[in-house]
Design a protein around this ligand. Structure first.
Ligand SMILES: [Fe+2]
Length: 439
């Protein structure tokens, strides 16, 4: 019998903790005791292992989950390519500072067809690099359709609208100012209970998101592990025709099966989807003078093999107090060996005045592309009275910062028609010299 009579609270129940070993049963006794793959798992379920790392990855990196489900994932037809796929592996690397107006919402499309690749580096086939995508949808995914990515782990930054995300591990409700992480291979579908949605996606083709080291900060602050929320097991049962869509090396494929993929009655492990409310981020900053580097605002990082150097960091600029004395308080002018892709969830970013960088828009300052406050922000900040000042109220800007050179897709450069032609001129060409040599 289908089990679908859950109340709202039961549908969105969570376990807390980041990178913890968790277990969850929708029916008591669904998990075998003391073994992963007994000859006959409880209730006639199939045992299925989902590996997030190589079997032999070091213990502190090893990620896996055991799923106890009504039918195994392998019971599906052959995958065939979807011809009109919307993603691209072609990227153009250019040194200009780039900025985009807010991306449109096409209300006629669902999550799958509203995914657009904007930028990236590396290659999913080589498990290197990352992809940056915009999503915008006006309707739920087609009935009995689920999706997964073989390419990487997706960090989804909700900018507008509410998403009811059904996953193999349970349900997650995602709202603006929250992020959702869906690991490689985990099947999900996106329903829209409250109208259109829009946001940003960072997909790590290599490794997994982890919490940054805290060093001298100590054992608390920034994103605390207990604030990450993992869904509890919840299952359906049917013998209806389902469509499974797979993102595989940026091509979309589709297969059929005669059972829901959301039939996991119990699971255990440390490889699962999770969400995080960005309002829970405990901000650290200078209380004397100067700025710490923006890495102080890192929520999650996708490390490379080189310690301290990320494939991509996810960094936020939340509301916070600035109290530094004798300090130019906006970000300094800089050139960075890392690439900086920025987006804005809401409000106005405190480093940019005017209306150029808007919610649902984006900017890209690539490797060694010089940038910093625009002329009017410089004038204002250089002459401001340095009292304690709350910045970022009602605003949330974020950055995907990568050690890799980011290329931009044709969609990003041409098709979307959102690229601002005069970003550089408007921002920095008006900067004046204040040089006064000694007489
Ligand atoms: Fe920057």
């Amino acid at each position: 019998m289908p089990v679908t009579n859950f109340s709202f609270a039961e549908k969105y129940e969570y376990i807390s903790g980041f990178n913890s070993f968790h277990e969850s049963e929708a029916i008591k006794g669904a998990l075998p005791v003391g073994a992963n793959s007994p000859q006959k798992p409880p209730y006639g379920l199939y045992a299925e292992k989902l590996s997030g790392t190589a079997f032999t990855a070091p213990r502190h990196e090893n990620q896996q989950a055991w799923l106890y489900r009504i039918l195994p994932s392998a019971a599906h037809s052959q995958f065939v390519p979807i011809d009109d796929h919307t993603l691209s592996r072609k990227l153009k690397q250019i040194p200009n500072q780039l900025r985009w107006d807010p991306f449109d919402i096409d209300t006629s499309v669902d999550w799958v067809h509203g995914l657009k690749k904007l930028s990236g580096a590396g290659d999913p086939a080589m498990k290197t690099g990352l992809g940056i995508y915009m999503y915008a949808a006006g309707c739920s995914m087609e009935a009995r359709t689920a999706m997964y990515s073989s390419d990487g782990e997706m960090l989804i930054v909700a900018q507008h609208g509410v998403m009811d995300v059904t996953t193999e591990f349970g349900n997650i409700l995602v709202r603006p100012l929250e992020i959702l992480v869906i690991p490689r291979g985990v099947k999900y579908r996106v329903d829209l209970p409250d109208g259109p949605v829009r946001g940003y996606i960072l997909e790590l083709f290599e490794g997994h998101f982890v919490l940054p080291e805290l060093g001298p900060i100590g054992s608390n602050c920034l994103a605390n592990p207990r604030d990450f929320q993992v869904p509890v097991a919840r299952f359906d049962q049917d013998s209806e025709p389902w469509t499974i869509i797979n993102k595989f090396n940026e091509d979309l494929f589709t297969a059929k099966q005669n059972h829901t993929p959301f039939d996991v009655v119990g699971w255990h492990g440390n490889y699962y989807p999770y969400k995080y409310d960005l309002g829970r981020f405990s901000v650290i900053g200078s209380t004397s003078f100067d700025h710490p580097d923006p890495s102080i605002y890192t929520v999650l990082t996708g490390p490379s093999a080189r310690p301290g150097t990320a494939i991509a960091d996810f960094v936020i600029f939340p509301p916070r107090w600035l109290v530094q004395e004798d300090t130019f308080r906006p970000p300094w002018y800089h050139r960075n060996t890392m690439s900086e892709f920025m987006g804005l969830v809401c409000g106005e970013y405190d480093a940019k005045s005017g209306s150029g960088f808007q919610a649902a828009g984006a900017s890209l300052h690539n490797i060694m592309s010089a940038h910093g406050p625009d002329a009017s922000t410089f004038e204002k900040a250089s002459n401001a009275r340095l009292e304690p000042q709350k910045v970022g109220t009602g605003s949330l800007a974020f950055m995907f910062e990568s050690s890799l050179m980011l290329g931009v897709t044709e969609w990003g450069l041409e098709t979307c028609q959102k690229l601002q032609p005069n970003y550089n001129d408007e921002s920095w060409m008006e900067l004046k010299s204040h040089f006064q040599p000694p007489k």
